[in-house]
Design a binder for this molecule. Structure first.
Ligand SMILES: NC(=O)c1ccc[n+]([C@@H]2O[C@H](COP(=O)([O-])OP(=O)(O)OC[C@H]3O[C@@H](n4cnc5c(N)ncnc54)[C@H](O)[C@@H]3O)[C@@H](O)[C@H]2O)c1
Length: 352
């Protein structure tokens, strides 16, 4: 059933960790939005992440459904153009990416393809079909190592991993499309996210699930790398505010709370009544690893009144509880070859 104020939104990579949370937010908050999720279902994509949304849809009569999952590649220009032509999107939010730094060191190619060429294909369609608002999801890793102080949106970009380099290229493409073609576009450079449904090769879910399995935790180098941890629901709240702010062109940093990797591991172990020292296994650091990221989020606080509301000390425990209570979700992933093959390399830190 279509209504006068119905809007069509494209989310790419919506079966991943952050994209699935963003779709859930849109779906529950805006009953007049029809959401199209274009996702290739790579190893990181999981339709189970949106089971609640799919279940709600099944309960509705067909003409009231408003979530459409399209399994496909953002690099597939013909498919992308067909979708833009069919739905005349009001908003595009581009999450789809290869997102794991470790994997990028082993295999640069997939990152170039999805994070650069895929971004170009989406931007080209945005331009052709004159989409009124587009948000490109970038990362704080584009700024590279920040030994002290904070990175503002105008700090130089200095990526130091294949992942960060490919995201920087995508970020620069987005900016170029905005400046050359006048596309209304926002770029979001977020710090590390945590929360439910995160693929268990990333630090927090890997630590939780290894501890639940009573397995050692591979720690890069001395574990002193500092990241700024942001709860995924705070991230989604920021993107929601940006999406409804009526931007022409803008870049927004997002940030959370600083912790070293060892502090994160210790807090999780404490929560599970374990001693982290019994579980830590130091492995070679990533080559050229960034010691600290520190984006300055004053701009979005000032302009859009955004503030992270989840405190790391409380919300990390809630995330641990979720993984504890959803063993099937992560055990299914961890039993697959795609996880095991990479984990073998990641845990031994054989980078070349
Ligand atoms: N996770 C973080 O802490 C973090 C922090 C800052 C920025 N980001 C950025 O946020 C975005 C989402 O990150 P995430 O952690 O949710 O990633 P993720 O790896 O959990 O999910 C990525 C999703 O993209 C899909 N995908 C991959 N290649 C595709 C392709 N060619 N075509 C269509 N779909 C494809 C995957 O199937 C998956 O569903 C990425 O752009 C990432 O760079 C992530």
């Amino acid at each position: 059933m279509t209504s006068a104020n119905q809007k069509f939104v494209l989310v790419t990579g919506g079966c991943g960790f952050m994209g699935s949370h963003f779709i859930r937010l849109l779906y529950n908050k805006y009953p007049n939005y029809t959401i199209v999720n274009l996702d290739l279902l790579t190893y990181a994509g999981n339709q189970e992440n949106l089971k609640d949304v799919n279940d709600s849809e099944k309960a509705l009569p067909e003409d009231e459904r408003r979530y459409i999952e399209v399994v496909g590649d953002v690099c597939d220009e013909k498919l992308v153009n067909n979708l833009f032509n069919e739905y005349k999107f009001d908003l595009v939010v581009h999450f789809a990416a290869e997102s794991h730094v470790d994997r990028s060191i082993f295999n640069f190619g997939d990152f170039i393809r999805t994070n650069i060429e895929g971004t170009r294909v989406i931007l080209e369609a945005v331009k052709r079909y004159k989409v009124p608002q587009t948000i490109h999801i970038s990362t704080d890793e584009v700024y590279g190592n920040v030994p002290e102080g904070l990175s503002t949106e105008s700090s130089p970009l200095n990526p130091s991993s294949p992942y960060a380099a490919s995201k920087t290229a995508g970020d620069m493409l987005a900016r170029t499309y905005a400046t050359i073609y006048g596309i209304p576009l926002a770029i979001v450079r977020s710090s590390n996210n945590y929360g439910t449904f995160q693929y268990p090769e990333k630090l927090i879910p890997l630590t939780i699930t290894n501890l639940l399995n009573d397995e050692k935790i591979p720690v890069h180098g001395e574990g002193q790398h500092i990241r700024s941890w942001l709860h995924v629901e705070d991230f989604c709240d920021a993107v929601d505010r940006i999406a409804h702010s009526g931007f022409d062109f803008s870049i927004y940093n997002l940030t959370g709370e600083h912790r070293s990797n060892l502090e994160v591991i210790e807090q999780i172990a404490n929560y599970l009544d374990k001693n982290h020292l019994d579980y830590i296994e130091h492995v070679h650091d990533r080559p050229s690893a960034d010691l600290r990221y520190a984006p300055d989020a004053s701009k979005i606080r000032k302009e859009l009144g955004w503030e992270a509301t989840h405190r790391f000390s409380d919300s990390l425990g809630a995330a641990v509880d979720w993984y504890k209570n959803n063993e099937k979700w992560w055990k299914d992933i961890r039993s697959k070859g795609e996880f095991l093959d990479h984990y073998e390399k990641q845990s031994k830190a054989r980078w070349y």
